[in-house]
Design a protein around this ligand. Sequence first.
Ligand SMILES: Nc1ncnc2c1ncn2[C@@H]1O[C@H](COP(=O)(O)OP(=O)(O)OP(=O)(O)O)[C@@H](O)[C@H]1O
Length: 284
Amino acid sequence: MKTVLEFNQVSYAYEAQADGNSVVSGLSFSIREGEFVALIGSNGAGKTTTSKLMNGLLKPTEGSVLVCGAPTTELKTSAVARTVGMLFQDPDRQICQNTVYEELAFGLRLRDLSEGEVAARVEEAIEDFGFDGQAAPFMLSRGERQLLALASVVVCEPEVLILDEPTTGLDYRECMHIMNRIKKLNHAGTTVVMVSHDMELVFDFAGRVLAMAAGRLVADGAPETVFRDASVMRESSLVPPQMIELSLRLSEEPENGRAFAHVASSYEMLQVLKAAGFKGRRVS
Ligand SMILES: Nc1ncnc2c1ncn2[C@@H]1O[C@H](COP(=O)(O)OP(=O)(O)OP(=O)(O)O)[C@@H](O)[C@H]1O
């Protein structure tokens, strides 16, 4: 699989910062085509800064960021945006047109496509997402607006999709609707990088986790491995998903705790409990 994003010893300092200190430093990792990567860490760890370095909105102060092999410092931000699409936390920062149709067409028209091609792609997205093309975006619910913002990015077919807290402010149904859409895109080949504070969501959807603390990368691995690493969780001030926490606590018990050491889902929990003779009766 080809490498779509590569960070080599990347540091970034905002000019506005009085002390001139880097808010991210020494970041080195690469992301391959088709991965679903979650970027996690407490407030101020540097996740949003890192995601903006990925799509060329920010250029590194030190080191290099390569998008499909090309350094972002040598590319125009608009050129990076063709490969790396970004969905912001607040859809109202992205939506700027009066109808759903026009909103979907907006990004495509910036790409010098013929009007016929724009219309074909917009119609396909309307059909695929189940939108009403003539609806006014600001009359839609928060969840529908987030879906429209996602569709407007996706319609341009970026190779990499960056999502900054894509489910903030959504109820559970809306959240699953968006996440299942993203999962479908990922299965179809789009590389996904998701910034999230929701560890349950990360555990359910991501295949790899990059954990940050104070601007540095403190872990890079499979979600289950990272979430079971107590020192990483402490350093990045995060609490693992409930099932991992329960498994860790039960595995500390001397009698039959070891059996719980690798439990990562409710199904596996049930299997271990059944094997231990649990019949579903109330335990006093
Ligand atoms: N435009 C800016 N100018 C100056 N400093 C900034 C700017 N944006 C962010 N910072 C600082 O950079 C650091 C990292 O911020 P960043 O938003 O990347 O972290 P984050 O992990 O995404 O946090 P959160 O989860 O709260 O969004 C913080 O200390 C923040 O105050």
